[in-house]
Ligand binder design. Structure first.
Ligand SMILES: Cc1cc2nc3c(=O)[nH]c(=O)nc-3n(C[C@H](O)[C@H](O)[C@H](O)COP(=O)(O)OP(=O)(O)OC[C@H]3O[C@@H](n4cnc5c(N)ncnc54)[C@H](O)[C@@H]3O)c2cc1C
Length: 408
């Protein structure tokens, strides 16, 4: 894909019949959240900026995000809400461009918004308002945009960027080409290939914020309950999320499952607490002298269909006063630590994000610049920094874009 040109080839005398290659201070590959923010900030500093994306790709993920209302940030975003091989990497950028900074921008553009839950901020109207805001800011900052797919990059005394709409040169090159999620919207491994070309490492990409699939009896169990949802705490690998779980035709989804999926080590079980915030044993013991069936007692707390299916599988129902103390302890332990072993995930086709990406070990956390390649930057989802569900991924895109925008 990529050719290494010698310095003399770039500096060499141009054939006068060839058009001059346009040269910019900064070229940004990818007009999503991160690339747009970086281009705007660089433009505001007086840099000449070219922002490259395909007509189909530009701003597309923002448009479809948050169910069309763009969950553009999270009030409580901290470095602890991100996964990365280096958990400290995101700290610097997140502290220098905070949710309040983005909220101030949104408010300057008169965009109405609301907190849905857990600090998640959504547009009252449409995601289109965020895209329009970025376009307005980019135009005001003098950013040039071009509908073009970048096919290769080479470096000599500057970066030479070959696109399907011509070639360009730039002093700095920012790669904001996103992750592998939703290939049908044009996601590719372009950014990873570019990173490898320039000697950077890649943390194996895998789908994140993605529904989990099951096989055998677990699959039949989930499929039978398709459409049922309940409040749970889902846990694995030392992480827990208190949110809703949703049964689907091929497994589990819902916010609790999407969140835990990013941490799920393939092949391991996940644990589900079916009575969050209370002791299952205390609850069962409080009813121990009643003649009501166990399924009826549990059905007061869970959707009835789930209580029936769960009891049929794990605790064939009888009047609760006929269970001995040991049996109630066993059932309580199962309610608080119901283990299920996923067979896999719905893959990049259904994943909201990509976990993994360009290894942060090769990047400066203040500027996002490649340590060994002056002028080369990686920002946004292409980098091995992945946020939780709830506006954290956009906050990383804005913050990493801002950090690079101050440095290019
Ligand atoms: C369905 C869905 C809903 C989501 N909702 C939310 C939400 O509400 N809140 C939240 O925080 N996060 C959400 N996310 C995650 C969030 O959208 C991403 O983390 C974020 O968009 C990443 O921004 P980015 O700029 O790094 O990459 P992207 O937005 O993926 O942008 C990368 C751009 O690079 C372009 N590109 C790639 N290769 C080339 C090339 N060779 N030449 C030119 N251009 C190229 C692509 O066309 C694309 O436009 C959602 C994701 C999905 C899939």
């Amino acid at each position: 894909m990529i050719t290494k040109r010698s310095s003399s080839a770039v500096r060499g005398r141009r054939n006068l019949t060839e058009p001059a290659t346009r040269r910019y201070d900064v070229a940004v590959i990818g007009g999503g959240a991160a690339g747009s923010m970086c281009a705007i900030e660089a433009g505001k500093r007086g840099r000449s900026v070219l922002l490259l994306d395909t007509a189909q790709g530009r701003g597309k993920k923002i448009l479809i995000s948050g169910g069309g209302r763009c969950n553009f940030t999270n009030l409580y975003a901290t470095p602890e809400n991100y996964l990365s091989a280096n958990p400290n990497f995101a700290r610097s950028a997140l502290s220098r461009y905070t949710p309040s900074d983005f909220i101030a921008l949104v408010e300057r553009h008169g965009i109405a918004y609301h907190e849905k839950k857990l600090g998640q901020l959504f547009c009252d109207g449409s995601s289109r308002q965020i895209v329009d805001m970025l376009n307005t800011e980019a135009a005001a900052a003098g950013v040039e945009t071009l509908d073009a797919r970048v096919v290769s990059v080479s470096e000599a005394d500057s970066f030479r960027i070959e696109t399907d709409a011509g070639a360009f040169e730039s002093e700095s090159l920012v790669v904001a080409s996103g992750g592998l999620s939703i290939p049908k919207m044009g996601a590719t491994d372009f950014g990873y290939r570019l990173a490898k070309q320039f000697g950077l490492g890649i943390v194996e990409p895998r789908p994140g914020l993605v529904p989990l699939t099951f096989a055998g009896d677990d699959l039949s169990f989930c499929a039978e309950l398709s459409g049922v949802s309940l409040d749970v705490v889902a846990s694995c690998a030392g992480q827990s999320f208190h949110e809703n779980l949703l049964f689907t035709h091929d497994g589990l989804s819902g916010p609790a499952i999407l969140q835990i999926s990013s941490y799920w080590p393939s092949g391991k079980p996940i644990s589900i607490d079916l009575l969050p915030g209370q002791s299952a044993l205390d609850m069962l013991t409080a009813h121990k002298d009643e003649a009501r069936e166990l399924v009826t007692v549990l059905g007061d707390r869970w959707p009835r269909r789930f209580a029936q299916a769960w009891c049929a599988r794990h605790a064939p129902s009888r009047p609760i006063n006929r269970f001995g103390p040991r049996e109630l302890e066993g059932i309580a332990a199962l309610i608080e630590g119901w283990e299920l072993r996923p067979s896999g995930t719905r893959g990049f086709g259904k994943a909201e994000v990509t976990v993994g990406g360009v290894d942060t070990a090769g990047l400066d956390s203040r500027t996002m610049q490649a340590r060994r390649v002056p002028g080369l930057y990686f920002i946004g989802e292409v980098v091995d920094v992945t946020g939780w569900l709830g506006g954290y991924n956009f906050q990383w895109a804005w913050a990493s874009g801002y950090a690079a925008g101050q440095s290019v």
